[in-house]
Design a protein around this ligand. Sequence first.
Ligand code: ZN
Ligand code: ZN
Length: 147
Amino acid sequence: MICKDCGRPAPSNMQGYCQACYLYFVREKKVIYPTPSYGEITYAPNGDCICPFCGKAFRKLGAHFWNFHHILSKNAKELAGWDHTVKASNIDYRAHMHFIQQQKCIDINLIVKGKPTRRKIGHHLKKYVSEMSRLRLTKQISKEELK
Ligand SMILES: [Zn+2]
Ligand SMILES: [Zn+2]
């Protein structure tokens, strides 16, 4: 038998699922979510991080990337357009959002208080800017220009 979700071998006593899918769909009663667009990170209502490749949500997405898609977290983040610093797991979710909140304050203060030294679009100090950062910065800059 073959798993009706992922096509891996499925034991006959698991309602047509492989072990991993049985756990996911039947035991934990989870669903498949719409996958986020490039550079976006999304979370299930319970705070689990949604896989940008298959739409399943996990507490520890890094482990899922490796076990299921056979790629390292680092490569997965690049493929998804995420920052390298993003913690793709539920436990870190709040801490991560707190970090973003702080980042925002720092950025806004820099922009408002330090107008003469304000960075211009495309003049980044960092070598690598992920799609996530690019979206965030674009949003901030356009907000600033509306004022
Ligand atoms: Zn499966
Ligand atoms: Zn996945």
